[in-house]
Design a protein around this ligand. Structure first.
Ligand code: G4P
Length: 526
């Protein structure tokens, strides 16, 4: 096996996603502890964006600033190179999370045993389903009172619309929580509520062994045997291929805070999760083991310091080897570029890297050369697909508040849109610019950044819109007819594509039924 293939095989690049407060930060931290990447609990915590309904976005941005270091956390574990891509917890930054999901090969979903599937989890799962990303589910907080595990499994299946298969099973819950039986490895893990200690496990291949009673008592032993029998009766055996196809989610139970059930999760994850996968470019499919380097920008992180208007562009390596100081082609600009100080992310440390392999994330210092979705290659004309924009949910007209600064305003808006802060549309009827976002905070972010980074003043004016969707049709006449009929509600996105601005759910529904030959898309990738 060549070094390149070996390096690819041992890489696991994934994201942990959850509804705020389910335990994503805690789980991340425990995984880093196992990898020896950090040594004390609480180290990741300080970077957490508080998700309480704060609208103090400066505070959030400050925390986001710190979180550059934890945007990607790489560490070594038992021969594997693991890259965790962090996703912002605040729902107003959901778009960032969606994009990060395009750069991972698999996902771990954390669910709170008391709360079950929550709104944010459901939305993020839709993105995983769309991309057929393999997911593992971790049901957390078993040390607290919660719901019946069978009930949770049913809910996972119906709410997340994916088949599930428990690979570990809890023995009681809350104060009576005694541990989990690891179905995958056939051993019993007894619970010691200690935050730092890795619990020992007992080999237990035969669950009918009467020894079980000695460990967990008579009634729990009986219940565990019954539960396991029911599980093997109801759920088909775990099939790794179904998991890899994104059709089946293995489920683990535990308590991240108590570091319980986390090692089982990590061990199973490293075995079954996919190494970097081929990625589709418009021209062709690119395989990781190809010799020539390719990669794409999935995230741009701006420096909030107005004196240093620099960014970091996060590049996912898709194929070949990225080497420092080599010349690579920036496809959109059609020019060769050399990077003398690319950054590697290892746990919380950033360091200059000399080479990176598929699955790795490279940070490139940038002064406005990159936008989200840009492709870099060793020379081949390639354009990676699959960085969707989602139909925004909030809209406002943006207006210039300082006529002397029109140029700065436009430049600022264009760059912020390239960074992926929000989406801009030009209404074809009145030529006004509309900004669409997924959260209220983005409007404040844009206004503040335009002023502080570009010296431009904007003001917002209300527009009542329900949804913006991309439209297309094979029937050109029908498309033209639609655009004529709806001319007040037609806009162009920044790529010049047609967008329909529906002002209510009813109007959208009517348009869909009146124009069956037109396809309405709710993400820009179709
Ligand atoms: P998030 O990143 O998904 O938003 O969740 P985070 O890890 O920050 O966890 C949210 C809260 O839940 C934290 O408490 C955390 O300590 C707690 N938690 C996480 N895992 C478990 C668990 O297995 N059992 C129990 N009982 N609690 C858990 P907090 O009070 O918000 O923060 P802190 O004061 O503990 O830092």
């Amino acid at each position: 096996m060549s070094t390149l293939t070996q390096e690819i095989e041992r890489r696991r690049t994934f994201a942990i996603i959850s509804h705020p407060d389910a335990g994503k930060t805690t789980l991340t931290e425990k995984l880093l502890l196992f990898g020896g990447a950090i040594h004390i609990a609480g180290a990741v915590k300080s970077n957490k964006i508080k998700k309480t309904a704060t609208s103090d976005w400066m505070e959030i941005e400050k925390q986001r600033g710190i979180s550059v270091a934890t945007s990607v956390m790489g560490f070594e574990y038992e021969g594997y190179k693991i890259n965790i891509l962090d996703t912002p917890g605040h729902q107003d930054f959901a778009e960032d999370t969606y994009r990060t999901l395009t750069a991972v090969d698999s996902v771990i979903i954390v669910v709170d045993v008391a709360k079950g599937v929550e709104m944010q989890t459901r939305k993020l799962m839709e993105v995983c389903r769309m991309r057929k990303t393999p997911v593992i589910i971790f049901v957390n907080k078993l040390d607290r009172e919660g719901r019946d595990p069978f009930e949770i499994l049913d809910e996972l299946e119906s709410e997340l619309k994916i088949a599930v298969r428990p690979l570990s099973w809890p023995i009681n819950i809350g104060q009576r929580f005694k541990g989990v039986y690891n179905i995958y490895e056939k051993n019993l893990n007894l619970y010691t509520p200690s935050k730092q200690v890795v619990t020992e496990s007992v080999e237990f291949t035969d669950i009918n062994n009467p020894e079980l009673e000695n460990y967990i008592g008579e009634s729990d032993a009986e219940r565990l045997r019954n539960d396991l029998e029911l599980i093997s009766g109801v759920y088909p055996d775990f099939d790794k291929n179904d998991y890899l196809k994104g059709e089946l989610a293995p489920v683990f139970f535990g308590s991240a805070l108590n570091n319980f059930g986390v090692k089982e999760l990590l061990d199973c994850f490293t075995h079954i999760a996919p190494a970097p996968l081929p990625i589709n470019a418009i021209e062709r499919q690119v395989k990781p083991e190809e010799e020539a380097f390719t990669g794409f920008v999935f995230k741009i992180h701006a420096n909030m310091d107005p004196n240093h208007r620099s960014c970091i562009a996060f590049v996912k390596v898709c194929s070949g080897k990225f080497v420092r100081n080599e010349n690579y082609k920036h496809i959109r600009h059609g020019k060769m570029m050399r990077f003398s100080s690319p950054t590697a992310f290892m746990a919380q440390k950033k360091s200059v890297l000399d080479e990176a392999f598929p699955g790795d994330i490279v940070g490139l210092p940038d002064t406005g050369n990159f936008k989200i979705g840009d492709t870099l290659t060793a020379g081949e004309e390639l354009h990676f697909k699959g960085l969707p924009s989602f139909s925004p949910e909030m809209f406002k007209y943006i207006e210039n508040n300082d006529p002397m600064k029109a140029k700065q305003l436009n430049k600022g808006i264009d760059q912020l849109m390239d960074e992926g802060v929000a989406q801009s549309f030009i209404n074809q009827y009145n030529n006004r610019r509309i900004i669409g976002t997924v959260g209220q905070l983005q409007f404040e972010v844009i206004q503040y950044r335009l002023l502080h980074e570009y010296g431009a003043q904007c003001k917002w004016e209300p527009i009542s819109l329900y949804k913006a969707c991309w439209i297309e049709s094979d029937d050109n006449a029908e498309l033209e007819n639609f655009k004529k009929r709806k001319y007040q509600y037609m806009a162009k996105d920044k790529e010049g594509r047609d967008v329909f601005l529906a002002d209510s759910a009813y109007v959208l529904q009517m348009a869909q039924s009146d124009f069956p030959k037109i396809r309405f898309h709710f993400t820009s990738e179709f």
